[in-house]
Design a protein. Structure first.
Length: 346
């Protein structure tokens, strides 16, 4: 039976007084139907660029990127990420050897980026690595050293900690280079990042006896509240709130599941309440409003492709992937914050 791994991006709920740039580099072995390497760049939790080893091409997501960064920006990122993909493949072999693995589905992942609070001026940087869903190593910027919670990561940690120039450069990178580019991106994409889009809300059910899902999608910014009511009173029993996920078009989606029996559904009136940017949408659970999965496809055909594809693509993009070791070289003229070169884990 196939095993699937999902990475859910945890997104801070804010009105973006704290701006962020994040890169997710992911790689996998043993899943032939998925790309071996995927890269996502996000600005204020909006997808701004995507690359995978199947298309072998970086694609910017906003027109303002081409207008301000130039038409060759995608080409530059493509060349860089093609190199990352090669290094990921080499490191996959190294990691499997360290964990005494010879086959099977395995994932390695890295998240790095920086944040800037435009009210306080505070900045922050992060570089975190994982393997098969567990922490592998991370950079402690305050202590200027790499830390690993597992024995298999000690070799790499010792190697990197001996190279004091490595950790010092990361500190410089996160406090200056990354922040400078983050501020530029926020300025360039101001109109897109400040937009407001209300959610579309659907009540979904696999069968008459399964849980009911309240699915809100296509909204921006990311802050949203989904709650349930029973007979006009707040109801939080048997409720499972899902993670906030990005859609392909830069909007977001979130789902809340309610476990309720057909008998309870007949006796009581249940409603899902979605609150976003001062607007409240209420959906009552009636036979006419609860959609079975087959009917959803037909209904959603009338909605923008970003909403339709986003629900599927967001999952595919997040399946997976990647620990690797990155080494950033000094910024040269014309470089962007994502021009980070990989070095081997060996």
């Amino acid at each position: 039976m196939a095993t699937y791994f999902f990475i859910f991006i945890k997104i801070k709920m804010s009105k973006f007084t704290i701006h962020s740039w994040k890169a997710y580099y992911t790689g996998t072995t043993g899943l032939s139907q998925f790309p071996e390497f995927v890269a996502l760049n996000l600005i204020d939790d909006q997808l701004m660029g995507y690359f995978d080893s199947q298309t072998n091409r970086f694609k910017s997501q906003f027109k303002w990127m081409e207008d301000n960064l130039g038409k060759d920006y995608d080409d530059q990122q493509t060349n860089i990420l093609q190199g990352h993909a090669t290094t990921f493949k080499v490191d996959a072999t190294t990691l499997m050897k360290r964990f005494n693995q010879t086959q099977g589905v395995h994932t390695n992942q890295v998240m790095l980026g920086c944040e800037f609070d435009d009210q306080t001026g505070e900045t922050n940087g992060f570089n975190q690595h994982g393997y098969d869903g567990e922490d592998f190593l991370h950079l402690d910027l305050k202590e200027s050293r790499w830390i690993s919670p597992v024995q298999q990561g000690i070799i790499t940690v010792q190697k990197w900690n001996k190279d004091t120039g490595n950790t010092e450069y990361w500190k410089q990178y996160f406090s200056t280079v990354c922040i400078e580019w983050l501020k530029k991106y926020v300025q360039y994409g101001k109109s897109s990042l400040e937009k407001t889009v209300s959610p579309q809300v659907f009540l979904l059910q696999k069968s008459s006896s399964s849980s009911v899902s309240c699915h809100a999608t296509g909204f921006y910014p990311s802050e949203v509240k989904i709650s349930w009511m029973r007979n006009d009173e707040d109801h939080d029993e048997d409720v499972d709130l899902g993670e906030l996920l990005p859609n392909e078009d830069g909007t977001f989606q979130k789902t809340s599941e309610l476990k309720v029996t057909p008998e309870e559904l007949k006796k009581n009136e249940y409603s899902c309440v979605v609150e976003h940017q001062g607007k409240t949408i209420r959906k009552t659970l009636t036979d006419g409003k609860i959609l079975f999965m087959v009917r959803v496809i037909v209904l959603m055909s009338s909605f923008p492709i970003g909403i339709i594809v986003g629900v599927l693509v967001a999952i595919i993009l997040l399946i997976v992937i990647g620990v690797v070791v990155f080494k950033v070289y000094q910024k040269k003229k014309g470089e962007t914050e994502t021009q980070i070169l990989l070095s081997s884990l060996c």
